[in-house]
Design a protein around this ligand. Structure first.
Ligand SMILES: [Mn+2]
Length: 332
């Protein structure tokens, strides 16, 4: 048996559209058997699930180095070859001859687009689906148009990305329609996402469920709603846990100068918080969330558990956030 056939491979990714589409492009390019390790959107420290000493090659997509640094070091030191594609801000990336890192925290890219760049656009439509999922809507529409997709196909790719992204939100697998790992297996049957849209009923099911959840959320009265900021609080229900990310993206798209905070009530009485910087000023969300014990990217960040007694402080800080101040110097 050849050495290639006996390599033990693991694919580790976030279970949102960007993560799944990043790994999918790689596996369409290199269809070798690999064990998939993924989860819900909120599950970020996934690399620790790869058994040290039992992996020859690991592909990591759309998971921050900061939250996976220790298992990454252990794997590298054990001789595992790691290929890493990610767009979260990363400090202290290990320098190691076994690590091939493709990291770019530009708010106008995502993990799927980084893989796409590396593969020379071979599975570009899937990269676009990942970008739509990460709410890079204008950019993905432009690139899809440049690739020759008409408006109907562009919008179909957008709906698919948004549906896959939506399916990753929840407290546990009871909340979501299908486990992201199972959704990946359906995606992987189709080198062309338009073929998936035409043939797999799950796409329409997710889109319908997403729209129904959005309607319920939009009917709620926001806690704060002014020109620069909107805060809404969702109840502790499966539908609201599913829709929190989609809601923040929809609201952000509808009001490009308004920052969005979507708070989902937790069983312990605190809140899970999703923050979107204004689309027109896409920086600073991570800075704000860090002060409340959270993290994320410049344009989109969050707090896992905001204590109930910090709600007023959070709303005041968010409402007064000077988003302009966080623009990088070259844009200021
Ligand atoms: Mn991403």
């Amino acid at each position: 048996m050849s050495q290639a056939a006996t390599l033990r491979r693991f694919d580790v990714c976030n279970g949102d559209a960007d993560g799944l589409c990043a790994v999918l492009q790689w596996r369409l390019h290199d269809p070798a058997p690999a064990t998939l390790v993924t989860g819900l959107k909120r599950e970020i420290d996934l690399l620790r699930h790869v058994p040290c000493g039992e992996a020859d090659e690991v592909l990591v997509c759309d998971l921050s180095v900061a939250r996976n640094r220790e298992p990454l070091r252990r794997l590298l030191d054990a001789g595992t070859r790691v290929r890493y594609f990610d767009h979260h801000i990363a400090a202290d990336v290990p320098i190691h001859d076994k690590l091939e890192a493709h990291l770019d925290a530009d708010p106008q890219t995502c993990s799927s687009l980084l893989v796409d760049r590396w593969l020379g656009g071979r599975f570009h439509a899937w990269a676009l689906v990942g970008a739509f999922g990460d709410a890079l809507t204008a950019l993905a529409q432009r690139r899809a148009a440049a690739t020759g997709y008409d408006v109907e196909r562009r919008n179909a790719l957008q709906r698919l990305g948004e549906a896959i992204n939506y399916n990753a939100y929840g407290e546990d697998l009871h909340d979501v329609r299908i486990a992201p790992a199972d959704l990946y297996r359906i995606m992987a049957r189709h080198p062309d996402p338009l073929e998936m849209i035409a043939r797999e009923s799950i796409v329409q099911e997710l889109d319908t469920l997403r729209r129904a959840d959005l309607q319920r959320a939009l009917a709620l009265q926001p806690l704060l709603n002014h020109e620069r900021a909107r805060v809404c609080v969702l109840p502790d229900e499966p539908w609201s846990r599913r829709v929190s990310g989609s809601l923040a993206n929809e609201l952000a798209a509808a009001a490009p100068r308004q920052a969005q905070a979507v708070l989902t009530t937790r069983p312990d009485g605190g809140y899970r918080v999703s923050v979107r910087a204004p689309r027109a000023l896409p920086h600073g969300a991570d800075v704000l969330c860090k002060t409340f014990g959270g993290g994320g990217r410049a344009a989109a960040a969050g707090v896992d558990a905001l204590p109930a007694d910090q709600l007023n402080h959070f709303v005041a800080s968010f409402g007064a956030m000077p988003w302009e101040a966080w623009l990088p110097a070259e844009h200021a």
